[in-house]
Design a protein around this ligand. Structure first.
Ligand code: GLA
Length: 389
């Protein structure tokens, strides 16, 4: 069954009638520009073809009732008035957060029933949470007449609401890259996202006419400390910015990086800042390389990004390094971890006719080390959040 139908039919069986419509939003993968968003920097994500579908009906019962094909435990139910930081817990927090933010913004939300079906892998660092938030905000845009889907300015506002939902109700101190990708990216393009100004530029990503493809590898690695580590990295950047007397690390002049590093108190904070400042420059260089079709250079930048994330930012892990090393060994032009790190997914830029064999080599390498089997799959840049029916 198509996933859009799965959402609609789950709605009917859970709530006894039909939804007002079905909306969906994609997961994302970031090409380059990692841990830069909360530093006012640049990132270059694409929307994935994998999407989360939300069948939604407005009700007047003052509650959020939500059910998902992939969650056990049936219908999650919470009174809209009871939504607060940390309540509800689990996957429904992302939906509840969107309701909460819209009410804070002064919009009347009378009550909602929602059924979710998705093919965005959960826990793979591919922003299944942003896809949930963005699918619901797309639905509410239409159902409440918010009209934020019509242009990029509206979509940027909606992405901001979704980020607040994640930060304030779900309690994850993430930057805004994931929601921006899900709301604002377009098919066959990456967005160059400037997290200081909020501006985006659409950058064509045409791999297939160069005989290339992007392989995503979900490592299936679970790491317990993710949230604390992410928050610690973010805090280290904020502390360094304040020591340097700048609002964000975006303000550090990359041509005078050594002088800035000299003013920091220890090697760890120097390494964190070096990653952020050099990564922002790699995004710029990568966009130029993409625009002139220089994919060898794109590949080199992927590798430099991974090295910096592994050694200076210290957010990689054994499984991510193994994907990158194996992909490079067997012919990838470049490879890197993507997303927050400590598990999740890596990407590799590979010749299209070798995607399957390189994926197989990565699976074999994991098998040889006794690791859980990873999931490699090739992707193209898909469309953003919108209405399906
Ligand atoms: C996670 C966060 C994003 C971003 C990345 C790292 O995916 O949700 O906001 O910070 O990590 O680039």
């Amino acid at each position: 069954m198509a996933i859009v139908d799965a959402a609609a039919s789950l709605f009917a069986s859970a709530f006894g009638d039909g939804p007002d419509g079905v909306w969906s939003a994609p997961g994302r993968v970031n090409l380059i520009g990692e841990h830069t968003d909360y530093n006012g920097g640049l990132a270059l994500p694409i929307a994935l073809p994998q999407r989360t579908y939300a069948a939604v009906r407005l009700r007047d019962h003052g509650r959020l009732r939500a059910v998902s094909t992939s969650a056990r435990g049936g219908i999650v139910e919470v009174a809209l008035d009871d939504i607060e930081p940390g309540r509800p817990q689990g996957w429904a927090a992302y939906l509840a957060g969107v309701c909460w933010v819209l009410r804070q913004e002064g919009y009347a939300v009378p009550g909602l029933d929602i059924a979710i079906a998705s093919d965005v892998p959960v826990g793979a660092g591919l922003s299944s949470s942003a896809a949930l938030e963005c699918a619901l905000v797309a639905a509410l845009s239409d159902l409440l007449g918010l009209d934020v889907l019509a242009d990029d300015a509206g979509r940027a506002r909606a992405a901001g609401w979704c980020q607040r939902a994640e930060n304030e109700i779900a309690g994850a101190p993430t930057g805004g890259m994931d929601q921006a990708a899900s709301m604002r990216a377009t098919a066959d393009h990456a967005i160059l996202l400037d997290c200081r100004s909020g501006a985006v530029e659409q950058v064509p990503v045409d791999l297939s006419s160069h005989g290339l493809t992007l392989l995503v590898v979900d490592t299936r690695a679970e790491h317990a400390l993710v949230d604390g580590q992410y928050a610690a990295r973010r805090a280290a950047c904020e502390d360094a910015a304040s020591l340097l007397g700048v609002e964000t690390l975006r303000e550090v002049d990359p041509t005078d990086l050594d002088a800035a590093l000299d003013r920091l108190p220890d090697d760890v904070s120097r390494a964190r800042v070096r990653h952020v400042v050099t990564e922002i420059e790699r995004v710029r260089t990568c966009v130029e390389a993409l625009r002139r079709g220089d994919f060898d250079e794109v590949g080199r930048l992927f590798v430099a990004s991974h090295t910096s994330l592994r050694d200076d930012y210290e957010v990689s892990c054994r499984e991510l390094d193994l994907v990158v090393d194996t992909a490079l060994h067997f012919g990838a032009l470049g490879a890197r971890m993507t997303g927050g790190g400590f598990g999740g997914s890596a990407i590799a830029l590979v010749p299209a006719d070798q995607a399957e064999s390189i994926g197989g080599r990565i699976e074999a390498a994991f098998g040889a080390e006794g690791l859980t089997a990873p999931q490699p799959f090739a992707v193209t840049a898909g469309p953003p959040a919108g209405r399906d029916r």
